[in-house]
Design a protein around this ligand. Structure first.
Ligand code: DON
Length: 312
C-alpha cells in the first residue's frame, strides 16, 4: 500500500520527539577530531515524495558531512565513468560482516580485492576510478553529481572536516598502501585519498539527502525534471549494496527490522528510500557501536512498521 503522506506529515514531529531519547545511548564519532563538535542530542529528518511533496521535522536544517553516504554516489559515478566490468574487476559484491575500516579480509580471503564498494577499502578503490585530470577535477565532478541529485547547488566541501580527516587518517592510509601493494589500486595513494577525504567532507542537509534518495528510489530519474541522472541498471546495483552492506555489519539486522535500502555515515547521517515512492534524509550524530545513528535507526524502524515499508 502506498504511504499515506498526509498522515505521515501530521505525525512526524511527535515521532521525532519520541525518538530523540535514543541519542543518549550513542556517542558522537571522535576519530575524525572535527566531527566531535557535533550536537549529541540532535535528530532531524526530511522525507521527499515523488509527487514533489516533502516534510521535515526536528533538526533537519543542521548541516552535516556525507562521510560514507558519499560511497553510494561515487560508485554510481565510477560505474558511469568506467562501466560495470571494469569496476567489478577491482571490487567485489559481497558483505564482509566486519567493521567498515577493517583490514582483516583484505589479506585473509582474496588477497587485495575489497569485498564491496561500501567498506573503506572498496570506496578508496572506487575513488581512484573517478575520471578527472587532477584530484581537484575529480572532486569537483563528484560535488557536481551530488548537487544535481540534491536539486540545488548549496552542497559544498567542509574544509575543516576535510583537513581534520586528512591529518589523522592513518588507518585509511594503511588500507590504501596495502591496496597499492597488491596492485588493486593503480593510481597513487595520496591523490586518491585526497579525492576520498573530499567526497566524505561534502556538507549537506536532510532535504538534500532526501532528494538524492528520491532519485535512487526513482531508478535514476529526477522526478521533478524527468532527467535521467544515472541508468536504472546502476540504480539497481547501488540499492542492492545498500541493502546488503549499507549499514555495515548491522545490515542484516537493519534488513529484518526496517527492510529498506539505506546508507549511513559517521557524521550521523542516513540516506534511505522506499523504492518507487520516496527518499529519506536523517541526521543524528550519536552513533551505536556499529557506527550507525542510534536515534536515526529507531526512527526509521518506527516509520517502516507504521507504513509497512519493508521490501521483504
Ligand atoms: O573513512 C572514514 O573513516 C570516513 N571518512 C567515513 C567512514 C564512515 O562514514 C563510516 N560510517 N559509518
Amino acid at each position: 500500500m502506498p504511504t499515506d503522506f498526509s498522515d505521515l506529515t501530521h505525525r512526524l514531529p511527535a515521532w521525532v520527539d519520541a525518538c530523540r531519547v535514543h541519542t543518549a545511548q550513542g556517542s558522537v564519532a571522535t576519530y575524525i577530531p572535527e566531527l566531535a563538535h557535533a550536537p549529541r542530542h540532535a535528530l532531524g529528518i526530511t522525507l521527499h515524495h515523488r509527487s514533489g511533496k516533502s516534510v521535515s521535522a526536528g533538526d533537519s536544517d543542521m548541516r552535516f558531512t556525507l562521510q560514507s553516504i558519499s560511497k553510494v554516489f561515487t560508485l554510481l559515478l565510477a560505474l558511469m565513468d568506467r562501466g560495470e566490468q571494469a569496476v567489478f574487476e577491482k571490487v567485489g559484491m559481497e558483505p564482509t560482516g566486519d567493521v567498515f575500516n577493517s583490514m582483516l579480509k583484505l589479506e585473509l580471503v582474496q588477497p587485495g580485492k575489497p569485498f564491496n564498494p561500501l567498506i573503506n577499502a572498496g570506496a578508496i578503490v572506487i575513488s581512484s576510478l573517478i575520471r578527472g585530470d587532477t584530484p581537484e577535477h575529480k572532486s569537483q565532478r563528484i560535488l557536481g553529481f551530488i548537487r544535481d541529485l540534491a536539486g540545488d547547488d548549496s552542497a559544498a566541501f567542509n574544509e575543516d572536516v576535510y583537513r581534520s580527516e586528512a591529518a589523522t587518517a592513518n588507518r585509511n592510509r594503511s588500507l590504501a598502501y596495502f591496496l597499492k601493494d597488491n596492485k588493486v589500486l593503480d593510481a597513487d595513494v595520496e591523490p586518491t585519498l585526497d579525492v576520498y577525504f573530499r567526497q566524505c567532507a561534502i556538507e549537506v542537509t536532510c532535504a538534500q539527502v532526501a532528494r538524492m534518495g528520491l532519485v535512487l528510489a526513482s531508478d535514476g530519474v529526477d522526478p521533478a525534471t524527468g532527467r535521467e541522472l544515472f541508468p536504472k541498471r546502476f540504480a539497481r546495483i547501488a540499492k542492492s549494496f545498500m541493502v546488503t552492506c549499507g549499514m555495515y555489519n548491522a545490515s542484516g539486522e537493519f534488513a529484518i527490522q526496517v527492510g529498506i535500502p539505506a546508507k549511513s555515515g559517521v557524521a550521523g547521517g542516513i540516506l534511505a528510500l522506499v523504492p518507487g515512492e520516496l527518499g529519506i534524509g536523517i541526521i543524528s550524530p550519536a552513533l551505536n557501536d556499529k557506527g550507525n545513528s542510534t536515534a536515526g535507526v529507531h526512527l526509521l524502524r518506527q516509520l517502516s512498521e507504521q507504513y509497512d515499508w519493508s521490501m521483504f
